[in-house]
Design a protein around this ligand. Sequence first.
Ligand SMILES: *Cc1c(COP(=O)(O)O)cnc(C)c1O
Length: 493
Amino acid sequence: MLKGGSRDTGKLLMERSVPGRMGVVTPLLDVPLQPMPDASLLRDDLSLPEVSEPEVVQYFTALSQLNFSIDTQFYPLGSCTMKYNPKINDEMAFLPGFAAIHPLQPEEQSQGALELLYRLQEFLGEITGMAGVSLATLAGAHGELAGVLMMRAYHHAQGDTGRTKMAIPDSAHGTNPASAAMAGFDVVSLASDKDGNVDLEALHELAGPDLAGVMITLPSTLGLFDQNIVEVCRIVHEAGGLVYGDGANMNALLGRTKLGDLGFDVIHLNLHKTFSTPHGGGGPGAGPVCCAPILAPYLAAPVVAAGGSNGNGSVGTYSLSSPEQSIGKMSGYHGNFGVLVRAYTYIRTLGDAGIKSISGNAVLNANYLLQALKDIYYLPYDRTCMHEVVLSADWQRARGVSGLDVAKRLLDYGFHAPTMYFPLIVHEALMIEPTEAENRDTLDAFIQALRDINQESFDDPDFVHHAPHTTPVSRLDEAGAARHPDLRWRPEA
Ligand SMILES: *Cc1c(COP(=O)(O)O)cnc(C)c1O
């Protein structure tokens, strides 16, 4: 049972029930009184709590405050970019003209919304150096699937059906191989070299007539810029393959370099990471796909075109269209519109210089942590990092404190844990992403916490091993909770 928080949540709502206590006031009857249905149709086995409205509000608010969130704590979850999301983005998304519009509203009544989508396509194309953009995909993984389906459609359109292999680095996010497999490709693992770059020799071996392409994350999930990236693209193209870019973490590169200029053919962005939408807990998201001209005919429908007409030519210059050889629809309508409004607002409020400052600050913050911690946490790839730094708890492990223990102990210090045990090629990985949103005071406090925990690994490893000590619940069976969620209250038998 949950304890703690700002209010006592020790009792479940059902257990607070007091017969006769009411949380609702039913309005006066404005229709003729009707007799109740036959008694055999009535149930009395439904136990509902009898509680007042303030009790309900206090109960659920207190429960919500037991969670960590970006609006309450530092949340350095590597790869996930849990950063501050300006509230003005929400305000814009809540404007009635955006929030209340129906996706099936005719185009001539939706010109403002379509114009926003069109302009967002243009911005994202400019930012990534790509010619075509579709906003229809609803998450990073969803964009990946669309992108690899486009690669497949392209090869098939060339009559090139023998390209069955998709090469993916061993450091990749798990969604990459999953998306490639869903699109029907055989996934082959591409080794990293000792510096954390794609191993060019391994790539040469794979680059042949059966290679459909590679999926590269840039920066890699080691938080590193692949120094061979231009060469990687060249080798793959020379072998007739295509290069997919996982651009989930574009806050490292914004305004500095464009994936299109580096040689990528198709990429996705995670608007809910880089372009500011609160996320976690499963959504909502948006994973637009941006591509080079050769792949634009295959983009998921719809895309927004300018200069269209509604048929009589008098109203409307923006219209939805389906690219010639589109892979089809990937979602019901035009994508997660509210997330797209937030991304558009974010880009407009920041402007050119603001967009560039994101990558500057994200990279500076991560390197500040790297420098302040590398004497006490093992740094497997000792290079300047990008927006995140991957450390290892190997040295602490030798004293009986694992990466998991360090992460759990951080909760006691008031910080959300970093991503752990990912990427898989780093033993006891602690993948820390401070994001551009945090100031130096927060980073210093976090550094101090990690230094203190390291000291504890000498003085009292067992104490760290049993952390957290101050949270409402301590170590949970996380897999069990996900596999067998128990969300229903049942009266005691
Ligand atoms: C988050 C992430 C994804 C997947 O994005 P979702 O929106 O969660 O599907 C893919 N690749 C990388 C590198 C990511 O960080």
